[in-house]
Design a protein around this ligand. Sequence first.
Ligand code: GMT
Length: 376
Amino acid sequence: MKLNIGITCYPTVGGSGVVATELGKHLAEKGHKIHFISSNIPFRLNLWHPNIFFHQVTVNQYSLFQYPPYDIALASKMAEVIKREKLDILHVHYAIPHAVCAILAKQMAGTDVEVVTTLHGTDISVLGYDSTLAEAIKFGIEKSDCVTAVSHALAEQTKELVAPEKLIEVIHNFIDGRIYQKVNIDGLKEGYDIANDEKVIIHVSNFRKVKRVRDVVTAFSKIASKVKAKLLLVGDGPEMTEICDLVEDLSLSEKVLFLGRQDHLEELYSMSDLMLLLSEKESFGLVALEAMACGVPCIGTRVGGIPEVIEDGYNGFLCELGDTDDIAEKALILLQNEELLERFSQQALSVPGERFEADMIVSKYEDLYETLLASK
Ligand code: GMT
């Protein structure tokens, strides 16, 4: 059955936007009509396809309003698209504000479009320290027709914090194996002035406090005191200045490359030997999966959904949050043993295809949509 599906996500950089956009692209390739409804074209929507449409939400600023009413404008645009495009499904990513807007839009439109909400983590981590949105998050979850979470850890945490009267189905994230694979990196190391015998460690994030980039740099300084290595820091965000200062204080300026936001991460992963993902909150850890698909073992913290992605002692290691001694020790076990590093790299390569393959995960969403529509 070919469906008309609306998708709303945060269009800026971020794993949830990546997953929502990739889902839309894959569904379009399978013949469904996909309507992205958002404030901007999602940054990964870099593909022309006759089944993909984009509906922009614009908010006018009137002096009467102290704050621009974005959520109302979004709900209104959703209602317009639901009616005009006869949407069967409206799939939103994040309860706040998207699920709440979708529920309002469904009422405005007066149709029986099915609202599917996928939780990616920040709703729940925000709730952990700020209860002002608690009722809205609970409402968004309970009034959606179906709710999914990107990891078992997130589903459990949602149950504990929100206690919704709703079943939360787990559908893991996925990556496109056509993009994330080991690619030819001839000349790339040279381009970055990295010697052939130097190990490359990579960290990719939005440099928020929860990503603990300080721990990445601290662990790297311990690693670099034992092996020749460079650290690639990819991304940008609020912690950047502090991290630059730390790199200087630790006299690591020659060894740390700040690459900022980058496209074509598959090339950077392909020249890396190890990824560090040392977050204090992480509902899934999409970057670890991307890195593994390019043959990069990962060291991650035993936090949130990370243990559902990294298999300790098989394609990487799990460490306790903030234990930079142990993290450095585990990294050195790999970096000082070529044979082991190669084995972990091979084992990492097979993970995305086995458990997080795009077609398999996209089919799970299609099944879920069809079940919902059949139960009407
Ligand atoms: O990690 C972030 O700060 C970005 C955030 C987002 O909204 O894109 O990522 C969340 O969703 C991703 C896709 O499901 C997950 O891979 C990330 O683990 C999750 N981030 C957190 O839980 C902190």
